[in-house]
Write a new protein. Structure first.
Length: 283
């Protein structure tokens, strides 16, 4: 009996070690191309980087590691960089927490010709509902767009507040977007706000779910952070004419483990729909 328990304990420890090593792996760069109706004639496509859920916290995601990952994003030369919230770590199993300034500093080195924009996530608010990270990110040159809209190149860029922590103000964003020309590219922390968006919000980028973080074979994710379960868990999702991209993020929440849901970030190319090829005449 003791030998069997020893074997079980060894297997559990080995699995835990493997799960921890998974969060130390460099994030996968995932790519998608999305056609946007109403794209201005003659405007070139844009490459949009989506980074979410950095969760800066020791030992696995210190600012020094964030600095290195930031360099990897810059090396892909995106036109726009979007940060979809949860910069702060929430784990009890951590060796060090960092100040807002320490978290923001490496993110301030992100660079894109059309700008770097961010919304806050649920962990970026204190228990009183006050934003922890807003000022720190603004001080390093990142433009905060919680429930705000900005024209960026040919796009109307719409940032939506976090639905999970009840900071999404959809009517305000919809009204502002209606006054701005150009196709709408929306980004937010939690994808749970998506069913409440009107059809003109045809492309939405989000994070929050960590793609399940711990996803077991033949079972699926242990726990969903979305009220919709697997509906917006991960990847590129097409729903009612809308294109949705949900990233796994860089860090981890609750426990420093990942399994079956490796860290990632997205490089999404948006532009005009490709014209249909002319039919060839029969010979």
């Amino acid at each position: 009996m003791l030998r069997a328990l020893g074997v079980i304990l060894a297997l559990v420890l080995a699995l835990a070690g493997w799960c921890y090593l998974n969060i130390l792996a460099d994030p996968i760069v995932r790519r998608a191309t999305i056609a946007m109706p109403g794209w201005p004639a003659g405007a070139r496509p844009l490459r949009v980087a989506l980074v979410s859920d950095v969760h800066v916290q020791g030992p696995d995601m210190p600012p020094e590691r964030v600095e290195r990952l930031v360099a990897q994003v810059n090396a892909q030369r995106p036109d726009i960089i979007l940060l979809a919230g949860d910069f702060v770590g929430d784990r009890l199993l951590a060796t060090r927490d960092y100040s807002d300034a320490e978290i923001a500093a490496p993110l301030g080195h992100l660079s894109a010709p059309l700008g770097v924009y961010a919304v806050l996530g649920n962990h970026d608010y204190t228990y009183r509902g006050l934003p922890r990270m807003r000022g720190a990110l603004e001080r390093v040159g990142i433009r905060m767009l919680d429930n705000r809209v900005q024209r960026v190149g040919p796009l109307t860029l719409a940032g939506i507040g976090d639905a999970h922590s009840h900071h999404a103000v959809v009517p305000v964003v919809v009204q502002e977007a209606a006054r701005s020309p150009g196709p709408i590219l929306a980004f937010t922390h939690s994808p749970d706000v998506i069913p409440w968006l009107p059809p003109q919000f045809g492309v939405v980028l989000a994070g929050h779910t960590h793609c399940g973080q711990i996803v077991l074979p033949w079972y699926g994710q242990l726990e969903s952070s979305s009220r919709f379960g697997d509906r917006y868990r991960c990847g590129v999702i097409h729903e009612n004419g809308r294109a949705i991209v949900v990233g796994a993020g860089w860090g981890a929440s609750v426990v420093p483990f990942r399994l079956g849901a490796p860290p990632d970030w997205w490089l999404v190319t948006v532009g005009a729909a490709q014209p249909l090829a002319e039919p060839r005449a029969a010979r």
